[in-house]
Write a protein that binds this ligand. Structure first.
Ligand code: FE2
Ligand code: FE2
Length: 257
């Protein structure tokens, strides 16, 4: 089977792009399962009822989140409704929402895990130990384990890739909004990429109007961020999973305007 994973969707225009184009992209790549990172889908920060509906109705099977999980209060409602949305699993015990989900497609059981890095990000529980414990817990209950590691530092993401190599089917990085060129099957058989990129405006600084960010660097004075209104480009990956062994056989980067 092929699985489509889509990088952080930015704002209403990003959600509209997904609504308009996702089904065609899934068809084009023969993807029968789709994971989308939605942490920036509500005006750049967080997720709300409208943006989650847009992504789910367009064909996302699971939405993953990140450091912006709790930016919009709608997220509590979405968790209460048990929608297929996962927040990083390494938030403290008792936090609203689930850190992983197992989806039974009929043909396979797919576990999707969300984790948040700690380098230059929130000071949560250790994502490495959390991943290890979760995988031990779910491995006999599913065929495929997918990990969205939402982290800033390339080193932390690469280390996670090797740490989970052979244990997870695929590990990919989100949060930095820039696609990296290091997609590969690791020695233990896990598919890996440091950054899948974003589904956001071209000619922006990771989604924000470039003039605002340049001014911030020049003056060191914070200004209100505004999402760029330039055309949207989708970044993501296609994972190919062997139907018998359930191991990843290929990982391909995609970029679609
Ligand atoms: Fe993001
Ligand atoms: Fe993020």
């Amino acid at each position: 089977m092929n699985i489509l994973v889509v990088g952080d969707v930015i704002g209403q225009a990003g959600v509209k792009f997904i609504r308009d184009k996702l089904s065609g992209i899934k068809k084009l790549y023969g993807a029968s399962f789709c994971v989308i990172n939605g942490e920036n889908s509500a005006n750049g920060n967080g997720i709300n009822v409208e943006s989650s509906q847009g992504l789910l109705l367009a064909g996302a099977d699971v939405i993953t989140l990140g450091n912006h999980t709790f930016d919009k209060s709608d997220v509590y409602k979405l968790f209460d409704e048990k929608l297929p949305i996962v927040r990083p699993a390494n938030y403290p015990p008792g936090t609203a929402g689930e850190g992983y989900l197992i989806i039974d497609t009929g043909a396979v059981k797919i576990c999707v895990i969300s984790l948040l890095g700690r380098v230059n990000l929130n000071n949560l529980d250790c994502p490495f130990r959390c991943a290890q414990e979760l995988i031990l817990k779910v491995k006999d209950r599913c065929d495929i384990i997918l990990v969205d590691f939402h982290a800033e530092a390339t080193s932390e993401k690469i280390a996670m890739g090797y740490f989970l190599d052979g244990k997870a089917t695929a590990v990919w990085g989100t949060h930095t909004h820039v696609q990296t060129a290091d997609e590969r099957i690791l020695p233990g058989g896990s598919a890996y990429i440091t950054g899948i990129g974003m589904t956001g405006p071209v000619n922006s600084v990771i989604g924000v109007k470039k003039e605002i960010i340049i001014s911030k660097f020049l003056t060191n004075i914070h200004q209100k961020f505004e999402i760029s209104d330039n055309p949207i480009n989708l970044n993501g990956i296609i994972l190919t999973i062997d139907d018998k062994t359930h191991k990843a056989t290929a990982i391909e980067r995609i970029s679609i305007s």
